[in-house]
Design a protein around this ligand. Sequence first.
Ligand code: ATP
Length: 321
Amino acid sequence: LTRLYAPLTALAGARVEVMSAFVSFERVFEVLDLKPLIARKPDAREVPEGQVSVEFEKVSFGYPSAEKVSLASLEEVATLDGRGGTPVLHEVSFRAEPGQMIALVGSSGAGKSTIAQLLPRLYDADAGSVRLNGIDVRDLSADSIRDTLGMVTQDGHLFHESVRANLLLARPDASEDDIWDALRRSRLDGLIASLPEGLDTVVGERGYRLSGGERQRLTIARLLLARQRVVILDEATAHLDSTSEAAVQEALAEALEGRTAVVIAHRLSTVRAADQILVVEAGRIVERGTHSELLAAGGRYEELYRTQFERPSADEAQPVA
Ligand code: ATP
């Protein structure tokens, strides 16, 4: 996950302050805003209203070399793409229909986060095309991309701010009712209402200590408030006890309802629910299908399933610190 943000650090020593996790595609978009070529493209298009399809067609990509990035001025950064880097993705193709959930699985370093980074144009593909509703992301305005795509990670820490402030990040104009509605749907309303300071309770490392499951549900409350129609979700890796797991999973299913989702999946319940699972290995999609299709095929997915997704029983599961 840290790698998802690494390019920010590389790009933006100058003026973008990187908050390590949680939100932070807002930060990513600050970088996008530094890309004058995108922002000023005269004929830039908008993603039309309604649900959105996500499509990769023969996308190949390699990260730019470190020297190239550190030498680049901001203007040069605006035109940086992966040219010249070691290839990390090779002819990746898939299509998420509007409202579908795609799960990316694969071992560490396979290329899952890289696929996620190409959607908001943190980098551009060297070859092939990344499209939202059939429109190449290079032809979309930065504003439209920002309004359409949301990025959520569940492992991140919270900002040392009130519950309210953490939630308003997702939708600054949310009303008190909207906030409570999101908390209710993420099954956190009871807890927050019981705290002496309610919504003004400061959370985060030095504040009120939420449990792992509660933190995950607070990120889901943010997702419920956010308006973006496409969600890129990097799931939490922490195992929860089975009661918390069920609560998190129900809330997540509700939050993703009606949106198109690309999920870097770490949970069995997610891969089971996915419309399509893509098995990524060394930058290629080596298998695709539903959970039951892939298990029946008895290939790489089945192996991954045994090592990554089959969980110890609830009694053995480690509580989240
Ligand atoms: P994980 O599950 O560990 O997060 P992943 O499947 O998301 O892994 P990626 O992070 O996409 O894998 O990494 C794919 C390859 O790209 C790896 O070889 C990695 O070392 C390389 N890589 C990732 N980020 C960068 C970067 N910013 N610069 C150079 N190489 C990178």
